[in-house]
Design a protein around this ligand. Structure first.
Ligand SMILES: [Fe+2]
Ligand SMILES: [Fe+2]
Length: 266
């Protein structure tokens, strides 16, 4: 089966890119299930509102994953249990939402999980490796043939470590959060597909990982308390990976990056 994973969908531009570009990619790649990270999909680039989630789902995404911005939109807690959205299993223990979901697609049960790393990140959660053990056991118990874990983390080493830790136990470990697509996609020795970061969806070229120059300059160059504003005009891009999963073994045959420009007028 073919899994399309889309990296962090950023703001209005990210949702626009999916609206105009996702259908063609899914058709061309013969995608069976599409997963997108939506932690920055709100109009201000932080969190996910119910309307943002519905926008993303209407564009053709089956399951949305989250990250450190999971609690930024207050209403997330109201719909998290009802919509096909997963949030890092190891942060906000006891709060609404689920760390994984098992979804039936074309006769195949697919497990999708979300875990957050602990190195250099603003919200530090519980042990991601223990969370991965619990999650993979629970997903297996629910009979999933194919499993993808979104590891939302800042440190490249922590993402690769989790992938090697889970190698042979899951179909894919895909990194998110840093927004810059990495060129290290591979199928590890045990058969698990991996990339350090799937990249960002929205306006990448004319922004600083989604945000406008001024706020970032004020913060980093001047040391001022700054307001970050998402860039609204520029080149729309979709970035992610296409994974070919063998539903008999639960392992990956291949992983390939996608990085394309979307023309809204087409
Ligand atoms: Fe992000
Ligand atoms: Fe993030």
């Amino acid at each position: 089966m073919i899994i399309l994973f889309i990296g962090d969908v950023f703001g209005v531009a990210g949702r626009d890119a999916l609206f105009h570009g996702l259908y063609n990619i899914k058709k061309r790649e013969r995608v069976d299930i599409c997963i997108a990270n939506g932690e920055n999909a709100a109009s201000n680039g932080r969190g996910l509102s119910g309307r943002d989630a519905c926008d993303i789902i209407e564009s053709g995404v089956d399951v949305i994953t989250m990250g450190n911005h999971v609690w930024s939109c207050r209403e997330f807690e109201e719909f998290a249990d009802r919509l096909p959205v997963v949030r890092p299993a190891n942060i906000g223990r006891g709060r609404p939402g689920k760390g994984f979901i098992v979804k039936e697609v074309a006769g195949v049960s697919v497990g999708i999980g979300n875990i957050e790393g602990r190195a250099f990140i603003d919200i530090v959660g519980d042990d991601p490796f223990a969370a991965a053990d619990d999650m993979t056991a629970a997903i297996k118990e629910q009979g999933a043939a194919v499993t993808l874990i979104d590891i939302h983390a800042e440190a490249t080493a922590e993402k690769k470590l989790l992938a090697m830790y889970l190698d042979g136990k899951v179909t894919a470990v895909v990194g998110t959060h840093t927004h810059v697509q990495t060129a290290d996609e591979t199928v590890l020795d045990g058969g698990t597909a991996f990339i350090t970061d799937a990249g960002m969806t929205g306006i990448m070229r004319e922004s600083i990982i989604g945000m406008a120059y001024k706020g970032v300059y004020d913060k980093y160059a001047l040391g001022r308390k700054a307001t970050f504003e998402p860039v609204k005009k520029g080149t729309l891009e979709i970035r992610g990976v296409v994974i070919d999963a063998d539903e008999k073994t639960g392992l990956a045959r291949s992983i390939r990056r996608i990085a394309e420009t979307v023309n809204p007028s087409v």
